[in-house]
Ligand binder design. Structure first.
Ligand code: AMP
Ligand code: MG
Length: 422
């Protein structure tokens, strides 16, 4: 773990969000094991090696239009061009056999291989037909038009996709277009997850006096599923050192990373901090952010087994915000993907937002189309760290940076959209 010197911007002993993120990034050691999977099972997986195109795509010059293939040099410099159409049509998948002389042309369909020598296609709608005479008015097209060139998509030996890319739908299509039916990716990252707290109970049963239902495990399981990791659900653990030690040992042995919620603040009955500190090189941070101040991170060890711990605060909103601020990108990197920051959209704030410099704030907001165009955002509901309803009502988080002050109505702010997120 790198030593952390609080930045001059930090208030008291609080660590700015960026410093916490940088310390996390420095400590990550990605997994190296790979597996080969079929394209149908590869969506969202991290590519383990660069993919170089083994072929030219397309493999031949071909027509981009339904029309007539011709010699560009036959196009008259002035006045209309009149050509003689040979009988027959060149269809995609059935290359023309035989030759075409100057002054002749050949009916061709989109995707069909260009007959040798022909370099131009005039679209059907630009010609006038009279028997086998094809007339093209002056200036209708230039030589070379409407021909897709061999290798214009990708030529053999050129890099197609880089290692670390998380495969998206178009990437899978690209791999298929190169002839690959399988792809080598990093194995899925295994992430152990559990909730802590004597007061926390699983849903689906009556709540004892003073109890609350465990919501974090469900929020976080879903957020982890969107990342494509394998989730090892270790349930709920009481604030009891022996129970915590046992579950952390299991997590470290069976997973690459451990995500927990609760027990990292200074609460009297929380033994989580002590147990975590005993098992590894864990840093407990007070991050200059709201919500989500307490957060712990670092490698845990049990014998030779190691796993990276992300200990999130127990407050339900803080748990999800710290997950997105610190864990999401780190887990992607641990799984072999290149870092991918949260996608940020700019939206105009409908109303003023109070904010003091010196900490990062994440406010729940609703982003919608602005009547004047672009996007606008309004803050929604109570911003209390425990209030999940306003998080569920929101479709975005407004991110107000460390140095930023209050926002005036109409000013643009950064937002993280929940949809389209993973
Ligand atoms: P802690 O971080 O353990 O001090 O918890 C902070 C607050 O979050 C307390 O009010 C807890 O009751 C609540 N909390 C902790 N864990 C959960 C959980 N898994 N689901 C819902 N609320 C929780
Ligand atoms: Mg607790």
């Amino acid at each position: 773990m790198p030593e952390l010197t609080p930045s001059p911007l930090a208030t008291g002993d609080e660590l700015p969000v960026d410093a916490a993120r940088a310390a996390i990034a420095d400590a990550l050691v990605p997994i190296t094991e790979t597996e080969t999977v079929s394209l149908g099972a590869a969506l969202g997986r991290a590519l383990a090696a660069d993919v170089v195109s083994p072929i030219d795509v397309p493999a031949h010059d071909n027509s981009a239009m339904d029309g007539y293939a011709l010699y560009g040099a036959d196009l008259a410099a002035e006045g209309p061009t009149v050509l003689t159409a040979l009988p027959g049509t060149v269809f995609a998948g059935a290359p023309h056999e035989g030759t075409v002389a100057r002054g002749q042309c050949l009916k061709i369909m989109t995707g069909a291989v260009m007959p040798p020598g022909l370099d131009t296609v005039v679209p059907r709608e630009l010609v006038t037909l009279d028997g086998n005479r094809v007339s093209i008015r002056a200036g209708a097209l230039k030589p070379g038009e409407n021909r897709r060139k061999r290798g214009e998509d990708l030529s053999a030996g050129k890099p197609a996709l880089q290692a670390g890319r998380r495969l998206r739908p178009a990437d899978l299509g690209l791999l298929a277009s190169l002839g690959f039916d399988r792809v080598t990716v990093y194995r899925r990252l295994r992430v152990a997850l559990f909730s802590t707290g004597d007061e926390v109970f699983a849903p689906g049963q009556p709540l004892p006096p003073g109890g609350i239902y465990d919501s974090n495990r469900f929020t976080l399981t879903a957020a982890l599923q969107r990342l494509g990791v394998e989730v090892l659900d270790l349930g709920l653990v009481k604030d009891d050192p022996a129970a915590l030690t046992a579950v952390l040992r299991r997590a470290v042995r069976e997973a690459d990373a451990v995500v927990t919620s609760g027990g990292v603040s200074m609460g009297d009955a929380d033994y989580t901090r002590d147990v975590m500190a005993e098992m590894g090189d864990v840093a407990f941070w007070k991050v200059a952010m709201r919500p989500g101040r307490p957060f712990a991170f670092g490698p845990l060890q049990d014998g030779t087994a190691r796993a990276m711990l992300f200990a999130l605060p127990g407050n339900p909103v803080a748990a999800l915000v710290t997950f997105y601020a610190f864990a999401r990108e780190a887990l992607l990197v641990l799984g072999g993907a290149r870092p991918e920051p949260m996608p940020v959209l700019q939206a105009r704030s409908v109303a003023p937002i109070r904010k003091r410099p010196g900490r990062t704030e994440y406010q729940r907001g609703i982003v919608e189309r602005a009547p004047e165009g672009g996007w606008q955002v309004r803050i929604t509901g109570s911003q209390g760290a425990g209030i999940l309803r306003s998080l569920s009502e929101a479709n975005a988080l407004v991110v107000l940076g460390h140095g930023q002050g209050s926002v005036a109505a109409g000013e643009p702010v950064d937002v993280w959209l929940f949809d389209g997120l993973d």
